[in-house]
Design a binder for this molecule. Structure first.
Ligand SMILES: Nc1ncnc2c1ncn2[C@@H]1O[C@H](COP(=O)(O)OP(=O)(O)OP(=O)(O)O)[C@@H](O)[C@H]1O
Length: 356
């Protein structure tokens, strides 16, 4: 099966300034992906290029096997069957909700249009508000209308640019899951831009991590967290600290907190100095544990508490304890390591060179 969206080695520029380079990924029908990265890394630029607002300077983009962008051609946005949802909703203030949703349906007969608008209102659960105007709705409701409007012409692909960033935390969590449910129900593919990784992990099947205009890793949320390909991804995605270690065998490493045996072998010789990535879930509280650490800080997060711990050498690590455990700052805690995913980086080298 060929991919619905195929992005091959594209380069984007503004005024000859290269913004993104050598970006390649593919998305199958019904898959939701998210472009994640720090501010200014080129997420929106990439999205605008897929939408057809900006041209590519190298590489090509195909939608359903059809070329839509290359350095020598650019299909206009309205000819791409791609819907777009923006951060600021961009609803027409003088049109009712029903008319906003029906705006892109000029090719349909009046009765088909009415039926489609009704379906869309139902999908986003806003049947009661069809005759209201945008200013009479909350931010979350307006964003649902924007989504319904983008979905109404039945695009092949929908692009969402930070769609929830104007909403409060609880609403964005709820709406993110609702949008995922709607897209999955319609089997519509989506590319979402965000810098909120909780949102990316909750909504996306695949996440592309960008930094300085380059794709660092394209993977499932699970793999990004547990198998980051380089230090940037390891640092940007999730929490964790690097602890110094020495490679003992290809899949074993000695650190001040003990000998780890991991799930993969590294090609480097015994004695190689490495940094070991330890996530908060790799370190567990165990009264029988032989490692003693001192509590530096704790952050209560409901069902769990994140502890910042100082090891005897002064090295800092973090651990997520069950929230029933209550330790004060300065107190000693016994811990144990449980790291199955052994992620090592050679000291002073940015690439993991993971052996799979
Ligand atoms: N119209 C433009 N003309 C010139 N440079 C631009 C233009 N739009 C964006 N840029 C530059 O391109 C780079 C990437 O911008 P872009 O908006 O794609 O980043 P982003 O990852 O979406 O950032 P954010 O998360 O802050 O929205 C930035 O350095 C930005 O200043």
């Amino acid at each position: 099966m060929s991919a619905l969206l195929q992005v091959d080695g594209i380069e984007c520029r503004y005024d000859q300034l290269v913004i993104t380079q050598d970006i390649s990924f593919a998305l199958n029908q019904g898959d939701i992906c998210c472009l994640l990265g720090p501010s200014g890394c080129g997420k929106t630029t990439l999205l605008r290029t897929i939408a057809g607002f900006d041209q590519v300077y190298a590489g090509q983009i195909k939608l359903n096997g059809e070329l839509i962008s290359s350095p020598s051609m650019m299909l206009q946005p309205e000819q791409r069957q791609v819907g777009m949802v923006f951060q600021d909703y961009a609803l027409f203030p003088h049109l009712s909700i029903a008319d906003n949703i029906g705006f892109g349906l000029r090719k349909l007969s009046d009765s088909d249009k009415k039926k489609r608008v009704h379906e869309m209102l139902e999908l986003v659960n806003m049947q009661e508000l069809a005759e209201r105007y945008p200013h009479e709705l909350s931010g979350g409701q307006q964003q649902r209308v924007a989504l319904a409007r983008a979905l109404a012409p039945r695009p092949q692909l929908i692009l969402l640019d930070e769609p929830f960033s104007n909403l409060d935390f609880e609403l964005r969590k709820h709406l993110g899951l609702e949008v995922r449910r709607i897209l999955k129900a319609l089997n519509i593919s989506a590319v979402l831009v965000t810098h909120d990784q909780t949102e990316a992990f909750a909504m996306a099947d695949y996440v592309g991590v960008l930094n300085q205009g380059r794709l660092q890793q394209w993977d499932t949320p699970f793999n990004l967290y547990h198998e980051p390909r380089n230090r940037f991804v390891a640092n940007f995605v999730g929490q964790g600290y690097f602890v110094p270690g020495v490679l003992k065998e290809h899949h074993k490493v000695e650190t001040e907190v003990g000998l780890f045996e991991g799930n993969r072998a590294y090609p480097w010789p015994e004695g190689t100095e490495v940094d070991v990535l330890l996530r908060p879930d790799d370190i567990i509280e165990n009264p029988q544990g032989h490692i003693k650490a001192t509590v530096e800080q704790h952050t209560f997060a409901g069902s769990a508490t994140l502890y910042r711990l100082r090891l005897p050498s002064g090295q800092i690590v973090e651990s997520m304890f069950n929230s029933h455990a209550e330790y004060s700052i300065g107190e000693q805690v016994c811990i144990e390591m449980k790291a199955d995913h052994l992620i090592l980086f050679k000291k002073d080298e940015s690439c993991a060179s993971l052996a799979r």
